[in-house]
Design a protein around this ligand. Structure first.
Ligand code: ATP
Length: 239
C-alpha cells in the first residue's frame, strides 16, 4: 500500500508530560482518515507538528516518503494544505480577496483559477460580502479553499465541522467527498463527532493519551463507530 503520511514513535513532551507518546500512524493514499480521540488525546499536537508549527521531541514522520528530518521535506510540504483550529482568513476582505492574498503568498501570479476554486467550495455568489458577514460554515469553507489554493494532494483538517449547524456540516461533508472522489485528495480529519465522521472516513486512527490504540479500515468495523469506539476506549474518561 502507498502511504502519503506515516509517523513512527512520534513523541512530544512538555516538561515531563507526554502529549504524544511514541505515536505511530499510517495514512494510505486516497483515504479519508479520521483521527479519533477524547479531548487532550493529542490530535491537535500531532497536526501542529505536521504543519511544522511545533517540533517533535522524539521519533518522526514521513510525508510523501520524505522524512521530516530531511531538508527536502520543505518543498514536499507544499503538497499539503491544512486548516488548523480557526481558519486563518481576513475578516475585512471578501472571499475572492482572501484567495488572492493566498495566491500571492504561494507566488502564483495569475488569479485565473480563483473563480473555479470559489465554485468548488460553494462561495461563488458571495461577491463583495466581507468575511465578517459570513456564516461559520461559509468561513470554514473559505478556510478550506485557502488550504486548497496550492492544489494539495493531502488536506489536513482539525475539527472542520465543530460549531457548524446541520446545513454547514452537510456542506463541508459534500465538499470533502467531492475533493476526495473527483480530485483524489487524501484527507486527514480530526473530529469528535463520530456519527459525522462515520459518513466520511475510509480509515480510522483511534488515539488515547498520545498513543495509537488502533488503526483500521472503516470496512473492518462491523458495528457502529460509536460502539466500536466505546469498546476500544472504554467508558473511563480519566480526566
Ligand atoms: P482537543 O480535542 O481538546 O483539541 P487534542 O486531542 O487536540 O484535544 P492536544 O491539544 O493535542 O489534544 O493536547 C494534548 C495534551 O497536551 C493535552 O493534555 C494538553 O493539555 C497538552 N498540551 C498541549 N499544548 C501544551 C503546552 N504548550 N504545554 C503543556 N501541555 C500542553
Amino acid at each position: 500500500m502507498e502511504y502519503v503520511l506515516t509517523a513512527e514513535n512520534l513523541t512530544k513532551e512538555y516538561k515531563g508530560f507526554r502529549a504524544l507518546d511514541a505515536l505511530s500512524l499510517h495514512v494510505p493514499k486516497g483515504a479519508i482518515y479520521g483521527l479519533v480521540g477524547r479531548n487532550g488525546a493529542g490530535k491537535t499536537t500531532f497536526i501542529r507538528i505536521l504543519c511544522a508549527l511545533q517540533e517533535p521531541t522524539g521519533g518522526g514522520y514521513s510525508l510523501f516518503g520524505v522524512d521530516n528530518g530531511d531538508r527536502s521535506v520543505i518543498p514536499v510540504r507544499r503538497k499539503m494544505g491544512a486548516v488548523v483550529e480557526t481558519p486563518a482568513v481576513y475578516q475585512e476582505l471578501t472571499a475572492e480577496e482572501n484567495l488572492q492574498i493566498q495566491y500571492r503568498v504561494l507566488g502564483r501570479g495569475d488569479f485565473d483559477a480563483i473563480p473555479g476554486l470559489l465554485e468548488l467550495v460553494g462561495l461563488e455568489d458571495t461577491g463583495k460580502k466581507k468575511v465578517k458577514h459570513f456564516s461559520l460554515g461559509m468561513r470554514q469553507r473559505l478556510g478550506i479553499a485557502v488550504a486548497l489554493a496550492g492544489e494539495p494532494e493531502l488536506l489536513i483538517l482539525d475539527e472542520p465541522v465543530n460549531g457548524l449547524d446541520p446545513q454547514g456540516i452537510i456542506e463541508v461533508r459534500k465538499l470533502l467527498q467531492k475533493l476526495n472522489r473527483e480530485r483524489g485528495v487524501t484527507i486527514l480529519i480530526s473530529s469528535h463527532i463520530l456519527d459525522e465522521l462515520s459518513r466520511l472516513a475510509t480509515h480510522y486512527g483511534f488515539i488515547d493519551r498520545g498513543r495509537m490504540v488502533e488503526e483500521t479500515a472503516a470496512t473492518d468495523i462491523a458495528e457502529s463507530l460509536e460502539t466500536h469506539y466505546m469498546k476500544l476506549m472504554g467508558g473511563d474518561r480519566n480526566e
